[in-house]
Design a protein around this ligand. Structure first.
Ligand SMILES: Nc1nc2c(ncn2[C@@H]2O[C@H](COP(=O)(O)OP(=O)(O)OP(=O)(O)O)[C@@H](O)[C@H]2O)c(=O)[nH]1
Ligand SMILES: [Mg+2]
Length: 341
């Protein structure tokens, strides 16, 4: 039996009213240890494998994204990821969050905020530069948000996917662009087309989306499916959806409310759950937060993988049809009818 002598000290002096024992003469060491280290509550099981929340992992993700290059054979300078979704979901903020990581400070290049008819009104394929000034090999294409009453015409959505809408084109809700418009891009290059679609949805309000909006998104998704373009859902505002995540972003993959929002998005879009990417954009932050950056880069890296997989399929098709690449300019594998049977 392990015991110790109180050496003349009284229980009051020793326990300082913190310990729950009074029989000091026969106090076992194991008893003291048990009282000092109360058993920890079991950690909730993550619903998705959690990333390592540390600087080293942030560096790994950053390097993966910097080293991303679209497959050579198509001759693309970069891939285009189109952000689409209702107004105010955090599309522009996602670009700002990504751009901030590579700038090394909070950046607000894309205007964002809350306005009834939306803040973004133009098609803007944003580029991200590293600090040396070099551009990364992807563009986050921001566009006008969908509204229940007013939005992009479905034909305009089709033109967006096909690269017919010029960069920085300002949408006119009362006069949708058409092939007679002098700005219309009649023969877009493969690099001007969309290689991955990202539906941007607010995790806190996904359950309240009006049916008309869901229908609009699904209609747009059908178009995307028809063209074989890969898709994912960016689930923003996870801080507003779950208090535990608001207090600590690393709880995102254990938060039950986030898991429920992921399930909902997966059902809504008919996409596997690993295509649903939760993020928290910079909003209140004045300084970069590594955990926010890790979550955003994790999503972005996955989008680049989807775009790359798509390009590989296009290359197989190109080879099968024996068409030359953009440099040879003989035939574009994304030409209408060439990527679908
Ligand atoms: N708390 C919180 N707020 C966010 C988050 N993402 C975006 N916001 C805020 O939501 C509002 C709308 O964000 P935007 O990025 O402008 O949304 P958008 O989808 O680009 O909106 P439109 O351009 O109007 O279609 C802004 O006030 C953002 O600061 C997030 O993850 N958490
Ligand atoms: Mg916007």
């Amino acid at each position: 039996m392990s015991s110790f002598s109180n050496q003349g000290l009284t229980a009051d002096k020793i326990n300082n009213s913190n310990f729950n024992f009074t029989e000091l003469e026969d106090c076992r060491v194991t008893d003291v240890q048990r009282i000092k280290t109360p058993p920890q509550p079991p950690q909730p099981r993550p619903w998705r494998k959690t990333p390592e929340w540390n600087k080293k992992y942030l560096e790994t993700l950053t390097e993966d994204i910097i080293s991303f290059k679209p497959s050579g054979e198509l001759g693309l300078s970069d891939v285009r990821i189109l952000m689409q979704g209702p107004v105010g979901m955090g599309k522009s903020s996602f670009y700002n969050t990504i751009n901030s990581v590579f700038k090394g400070r909070i950046s607000q290049s894309a205007p964002c905020g809350v306005a009834k008819s939306g803040i973004t009104i133009a098609y803007t394929p944003y580029v991200v530069n590293v600090r040396s000034g070099e551009s990364l090999k992807f563009r986050l294409c921001d566009t006008r948000g969908l509204e229940v009453t007013h939005d992009l015409e479905i034909l305009e959505c089709n033109y967006l996917l096909d690269g017919n809408i010029p960069d920085f084109y300002q949408f006119n809700p009362v006069a949708p662009i058409n092939p007679d418009n002098p700005l219309f891009v009649h023969q877009p290059k493969c690099t001007e087309k969309i290689h991955c679609v990202l539906f941007v949805i607010d995790a806190a309000t996904i359950g309240d989306m009006p049916k008309t909006m869901v229908d609009k998104m699904q209609y747009f998704q059908n178009l995307t499916n028809f063209k074989g373009i890969p898709q994912a859902v960016l689930l923003t505002k996870v801080d507003l959806a779950c208090k535990d995540v608001a207090s600590n972003i690393t709880n995102v993959f254990t938060g039950k409310k986030i898991e429920a929002a992921v399930d909902k998005a997966s059902n809504l879009f008919g996409l596997p759950r690993n295509h649903i990417l939760p993020v928290k954009n910079n909003e209140i932050e004045m300084e970069l937060d590594d955990n926010i950056s890790i979550l955003a880069l994790l999503a972005l890296r996955q989008l680049l993988y989807y775009a790359e997989d798509y390009l590989q399929v296009l290359q197989f098709k190109m080879k099968a049809r024996n068409v030359t690449n953009e440099k040879g300019d003989k035939r574009d594998p994304l030409e209408k009818g060439s990527d679908q049977e």
